[in-house]
Design a protein around this ligand. Structure first.
Ligand code: AMP
Length: 191
């Protein structure tokens, strides 16, 4: 089993890269952002509860997002060669929650990928994505809020995986193909 975490600021391309990684290595892609957007679109009780937070770029409380993640983990446990976690964890507490959940299943994270890019590049990408994504949070006002929240929480995430010796920084600038090559080089070293 190969279990990866990919984190990076909004617009860093983690969703795109996670989808490529999933294909190449036969992993299951678990994106909490996607799961939450699905709950909102389906107008479930949870979706209605989290909608205003997601739309305004705020983080959803740990308990709620953990519930969604654990449900998906349990459902998909036996289906692939491992998982790629995209958008979870987003803070130190969530990193510990994920570690405990995986350990209780006798699993572990093998590699944590920190995808980086400059704010100028990120804002440019998100505005471009907003033209077609239909995402209510892909607009200029909410982007700034999302970036700020990300930067506030990321240092705990970095030190969590650094302590475990699993942290790897990957330059997220360049074409998606260039970034993917950097990531595959890293993963191939570990398998
Ligand atoms: P993403 O698709 O990863 O950019 O996530 C979109 C939005 O979903 C975020 O701005 C948050 O509102 C919410 N969200 C996704 N993952 C998490 C998480 N791990 N913790 C809290 N909120 C989350």
């Amino acid at each position: 089993m190969l279990n990866l975490v990919i984190f990076g600021p909004p617009g860093s391309g983690k969703g795109t890269q996670a989808a490529h990684i999933k294909e190449k290595y036969g992993l299951l892609h678990l994106s909490t952002g996607e799961m939450l957007r699905h709950e909102i679109a389906s107008k479930t009780a949870l979706g209605l509860e989290v909608e205003s937070l997601v739309v305004s770029g705020q983080l959803v409380p740990d308990e709620l997002v953990t519930e969604v993640l654990k449900k998906a983990l349990a459902e998909k446990m036996s289906q692939g060669n491992g998982f790629i976690f995209d958008g979870f964890p987003r803070n130190g507490e969530q990193a510990q929650i994920l570690e405990d959940a995986l350990n209780s299943l006798n699993l572990d994270i093998n590699i944590a990928i920190n995808l980086t890019a400059s704010d100028t590049e990120l804002i440019k990408r998100i505005l471009l994505r907003g033209e077609t994504s239909g995402r209510a949070d892909d607009n200029e006002i909410v982007i700034k809020e999302r970036l700020e929240i990300y930067r506030k929480n990321v240092s705990d995430l970095i030190s969590f995986y650094q302590k475990l010796g699993k942290l790897n920084e990957v330059d997220g600038e360049g074409t998606p193909q260039e970034v993917f090559e950097r990531i595959t080089k890293l993963i191939d070293k570990h398998i």
